[in-house]
Write a protein that binds this ligand. Structure first.
Ligand SMILES: C[S@@+](CC[C@H](N)C(=O)[O-])C[C@H]1O[C@@H](n2cnc3c(N)ncnc32)[C@H](O)[C@@H]1O
Length: 213
């Protein structure tokens, strides 16, 4: 590799973490808090699902097994290869190797598609804080009017972390979403994965956000 600086903006940054086994966010199975959320009354029973920053795809597969049509995206080969394998075993799960910032319904692999639901676990918090508005704009492009954004935000914290997952305060989330996404509900998950989150465990909330028309 050249002397290119590694930042979370490029796949090589993530590739190195996967290669070196520093992918401690990866539980090797679906997120317990998501499986619990499937039984929550606020969880939509139907609708297409888009999963940005899907990693190896355990959660995307869980949505597919629940019966939803799912498109999941990751731009890092290690993650994408695993995601593609899950996709081969689930006809309603499509795996795409694309930089999610480039996504829009007119992208050649999107065929004009927008989604009823976006499920975001560690997408938003993996993105460099300087790119947050750009990331929210991608959500808005990919979500149907009136669609639901399920943000599993972690860590909710004022603390400035130098590497992902980057912290964000509740206040900053509220300000960023004002006028574009309405906050319908906030849920504190009972099972916050300690193995995955380390000292960030417990600083997690599920926000149900509705795209404002
Ligand atoms: C912390 S991991 C989380 C993976 C998964 N959501 C999970 O919870 O296991 C972040 C993932 O986002 C992917 N990613 C980061 N920036 C991306 C981008 N611009 N486009 C596509 N994927 C990206 C990385 O390759 C990595 O697999």
């Amino acid at each position: 590799m050249s002397n290119m600086a590694l930042t979370p903006n490029i796949p090589q940054y993530w590739e190195l973490l996967y290669e070196q086994g520093k992918d401690d966010w990866d539980l090797g199975e679906a997120t317990p808090a998501l499986l619990d959320f499937f039984n929550h009354p606020a969880c939509p029973v139907s609708g297409s699902v888009f999963v940005p920053a899907a990693g190896r795809g355990w959660d995307a597969e869980a949505w597919a097994k629940r019966g939803h049509d799912v498109v999941a995206v990751d731009f890092c080969s290690s993650a994408f290869d695993a995601l593609e394998k899950l996709s081969n075993n689930n006809s309603n799960l499509t795996a795409l190797n694309i930089d999610m910032f480039l996504l829009n319904p007119n992208h050649e692999q999107m065929n004009g598609k927008q989604f009823d639901i976006i499920y975001d676990y560690f997408g938003f918090n993996s993105v460099h804080p300087g790119r947050r508005d750009e990331y929210i704009e991608m959500w808005l492009r990919m979500l149907k009017d009136g669609g639901l954004l399920l943000g599993f935000f972690c860590p909710l914290s004022d603390e400035k972390y130098s590497e992902p997952p980057f912290g964000i305060s509740r206040k900053e989330l509220e300000v960023r979403f004002r006028g574009i996404l309405s906050v319908e509900e906030k849920i504190v998950p009972e099972r916050s994965a300690k193995d995955r989150l380390g000292d960030r465990a417990g600083k997690e909330e599920i926000w149900l956000l509705r795209k404002i028309l």
